[in-house]
Design a protein around this ligand. Structure first.
Ligand SMILES: [Zn+2]
Length: 96
């Protein structure tokens, strides 16, 4: 990683909290490791935006993505980014 080589970014478990404003219950949700790494300290809406940009980034930077898309192995849906807990909340509200 270029940023790590420049000393700009290091992933090191220290137990310290660097973004105190993001260390609260409203910003804590169970997440898989890749999503947790992508989210970093983004707000939920910034994380949603970052997820929504992944297709264009893949198209722009990955020949594998473009090849898979060209051969119909990937079908882009442009579906809105809805997180599991948003679906879960909606399902819970719909229950009688
Ligand atoms: Zn995930």
């Amino acid at each position: 990683m270029k940023a790590a080589a420049k000393g700009i970014f290091k992933l090191k478990a220290t137990g310290k909290v660097f973004n105190q404003h993001a260390d609260n219950h409203e910003n804590l949700v169970p997440a898989c490791a890749p999503c947790n790494l992508l989210k970093t300290s983004y707000s939920l809406e910034m994380f949603r935006k970052q997820v929504s940009l992944q297709v264009e980034r893949g198209r722009k930077s990955s020949v594998n993505f473009r090849t898979a898309e060209r051969f119909g192995q990937i079908q882009v849906t442009n579906a809105p980014v809805v997180f599991w807990f948003e679906r879960y909340d909606t399902q819970e509200e719909a229950k009688p």
